[in-house]
Design a protein around this ligand. Structure first.
Ligand SMILES: C[S@@+](CC[C@H](N)C(=O)[O-])C[C@H]1O[C@@H](n2cnc3c(N)ncnc32)[C@H](O)[C@@H]1O
Ligand code: SF4
Length: 375
């Protein structure tokens, strides 16, 4: 089982909080698509002919590509990789791209899932973070996708935006739940160093929402979303039954994946590698077939840390037997010893050989994880 991630690093404008690798100029879109196709050929053996269960176009803004550009990439992927018949094939989209015409133009493509970046339906929030759509446009984007026949839709929201209150967050959640999407990702705002939003906070122009309110926002969301039948299957991810993101789940289950495009990461169970975060360097490296990534071999401790970090954030939890099988009895004991006080304080539940964060534990997730890391 394996996945393919394709990074499309273009945004019509930059949101103030975002530090993903993207550029605003569309100048290099055609040559980048050509290079991604070439990279498919260069790295066709990376996954060793494993069955590809998920393909994910992320960004940036994949919805900036046109039908022909997507076709070019799909043609290479389907030719070179062993894609499962029922593969989950997702693209991330910005609401303003999702017009009726756009859906008509991509009809023949094999997408069966869309992840729409909405962040908020509140126009003041959206202006403050430099989004390029309004709340109503976001609602229409979801409706257009539904009318075009997509019945596996995800939306992204951010809580703890500057000046957001618990009451205004509650409104966002209610609007989101009224749209009948199958999946919601909701992330607490992080102030990424160097972003315009981070600089605004440094200058005192915006103030981070208190941790306590952030926790209340998360609790409110979990409470409301569960009432509508969603599973909180990971701290930031919520799905109706059978609509978990298979792509993200495969990351959390440590399946191998190949990342194509500038800044994309790959993982083959033994090492991680990440492509260069520069469009021109990427184009040149692909063209000359020279090194386009950096690589890190993973030690036993690295792999153990990754396993603990991702599994403890999920509803399925951390399977202690699996941990022992994969990493040995010494690391199993280390984990159980360090998590004991959290079990005693009811931050973590330990039953049937599985460790899971309780509702209280989720609020201090990062603190717990730090205690479990092995360096
Ligand atoms: C890489 S973005 C791509 C989505 C798409 N370009 C869009 O913005 O509509 C994926 C998601 O990460 C989340 N995200 C990005 N930066 C974040 C930050 N600093 N804090 C919290 N969430 C963030 C947003 O919810 C965003 O939709
Ligand atoms: S959040 Fe999405 S649209 Fe905004 S800058 Fe980041 S990748 Fe681009």
């Amino acid at each position: 089982m394996a996945g393919i991630y394709i990074h499309i690093p273009f945004c019509k404008k930059k949101c103030t909080y975002c530090d993903f690798f993207t550029v605003v100029s569309p100048k290099f879109i055609p040559s980048l698509v050509d290079s991604i196709v070439k990279e498919c050929f260069l790295r066709k053996d990376y996954l060793q002919n494993a069955t590809i269960n998920t393909i994910y176009f992320g960004g940036g803004t994949p919805s900036i590509l046109n039908n022909e550009q997507f076709e070019q990439i799909f043609e290479a992927i389907f030719k070179l990789f062993n894609v499962a018949k029922n593969a989950e094939i997702t693209f991330e989209a910005n609401p303003d791209d999702l017009t009726v015409d756009f859906f008509t133009s991509i009809q023949s493509l094999p997408f069966n899932r869309i992840s729409i970046g909405i962040q908020s339906f509140d126009d003041d929030d959206l202006i403050r973070i430099n989004r390029r759509h309004t709340g109503n446009e976001a609602i229409n984007a979801v409706k257009n996708a539904q009318q075009a026949g997509f019945n596996n839709l995800s939306i992204d929201l951010i809580y703890g935006l500057p000046f957001q209150t618990l009451a205004s967050w509650e409104q966002q959640v209610e609007i989101a739940l009224s749209l009948h999407v199958q999946h919601i990702s909701a992330y607490g705002l992080t102030y990424e160093e160097g972003t315009p939003l981070w600089k605004q906070r440094e200058k005192g122009l915006v103030k981070a929402v208190d941790d306590e309110i952030m926790n209340e926002m998360h609790l409110l969301l979990v409470d409301k979303i569960k009432q509508k039948g969603f599973e909180a299957y990971e701290i930031s991810n919520f799905a109706l039954p059978n609509f978990r993101s298979r792509h993200n789940t495969s990351y959390w289950k440590q399946d191998a994946y190949l990342g194509l495009g500038p800044s994309a990461h790959s993982y083959d169970l033994k090492s991680r590698q990440w492509n260069v975060s520069s469009i021109t360097k990427y184009l040149k490296a692909v063209d000359e077939n020279s090194s386009l990534f950096e690589k890190e071999e993973l030690s036993l401790f690295d792999r153990y840390n990754d396993f603990v970090m991702v599994s403890l954030r999920t509803l399925d939890g951390l399977d202690v037997t699996l941990l022992e099988q994969e990493f040995g009895s010494e690391l199993k004991s280390y984990c159980l010893q360090n998590i004991k006080s959290f079990i005693d304080n009811k931050k973590v539940e330990y039953s049937d050989g599985v460790l899971r964060l309780t509702t209280d534990g989720i609020q201090i997730c990062n603190f717990i994880l730090v205690q479990l890391m092995r360096v």
